[in-house]
Write a protein that binds this ligand. Structure first.
Ligand SMILES: Cc1ncc(C[n+]2csc(CCOP(=O)(O)OP(=O)(O)O)c2C)c(N)n1
Ligand code: SF4
Length: 233
């Protein structure tokens, strides 16, 4: 494997710095050789982690990181396989893949860098953009209510659901470690509002839960809950 020497180009304060450091820390902590880790990256600001993480990386197509990851895992089940996506790639371009991976319970990890907007292409609303966030393409406010990744995961029967804020790198790392050791489709959503295009997003006061809920329906509509929210044994 070649050593990665590129310097990240994310904006100062972008949550993706935290996520890439947490992912690296989780892999090191679990002592998984980087050559045994495959990360399938979506297209976007967050997908540019492909340039900085020293693992086997595949830059896939927008909205298609999950099927790439599922394919790699079925061909090489001994590898740790991770799909990465922004909220645009996951919910706007590739929502069907998300739901089908839940339905099949594909044994891969999904990390969603939810910055609440299409970041790389300069601020068009995604399906996760809150109403109060104006954008470079919508003059006042976005008229559509945002889709919730956790709610979709719950109603479609996901067995591992986590949501973590960008402000808690320790929690992001812990949850990614749990996700990597889970034997099924493990969803980790990181809330990291874009520092440029989602500045108008209301600040959610997060409440960390220290034990996964036994009744996942209680997660519906609770966008304030963070931590490992649900895990089915
Ligand atoms: C099929 C397709 N449609 C549109 C694009 C253009 N495009 C590239 S990045 C991007 C936005 C990415 O947003 P998101 O997935 O939320 O990731 P972020 O940049 O916010 O991290 C778009 C629309 C593309 N590359 N492929
Ligand atoms: S535009 Fe937003 S998501 Fe992209 S690097 Fe800057 S802060 Fe991060």
């Amino acid at each position: 494997m070649q050593e990665i020497t590129q310097i990240p180009t994310w904006c100062p304060g972008c949550g993706t710095y935290m996520v890439s450091a947490a992912l690296k820390g989780a892999i090191n902590n679990l002592k998984i050789p980087p050559k045994n880790v495959v990360v399938c990256y979506d297209i976007g600001c967050s997908g540019n982690m492909v340039n900085v993480l020293d693992v086997c990386g595949i830059a896939t197509l927008h909205g298609r990181s999950i099927p790439f990851a599922s394919g790699v895992k079925s061909a090489r089940p001994e590898l740790t396989v991770i799909a990465q996506a922004g909220d645009g790639g996951l919910l706007s371009e590739g929502l069907n893949h998300f739901i089908h991976a839940i339905q099949r319970n594909d044994p891969i990890v999904l990390i969603v860098n939810n910055n609440l907007i299409f970041g790389l292409t300069a601020g068009q609303p995604s399906c996760a953009t809150p109403k109060e966030v104006g954008s470079s393409y919508v003059s006042d406010e976005n008229r559509l209510a945002p889709l919730s990744i956790v709610d979709l995961a719950v109603v479609n029967g996901a067995k591992f659901i986590a949501r973590v804020p960008e402000t808690d790198p320790g929690l992001i790392q812990e949850v990614i470690k749990e996700a990597i050791t889970f034997k099924g489709f493990a969803i980790v959503e990181v809330i990291q509002p874009c520092k440029i295009w989602a500045r108008g997003a209301k600040q959610v006061k997060f409440k960390e839960i220290n034990k996964p809920l036994s009744d996942k329906k209680k997660l519906i509509g609770r966008d304030d809950l963070v931590g490992l929210l649900y895990r089915e044994n």
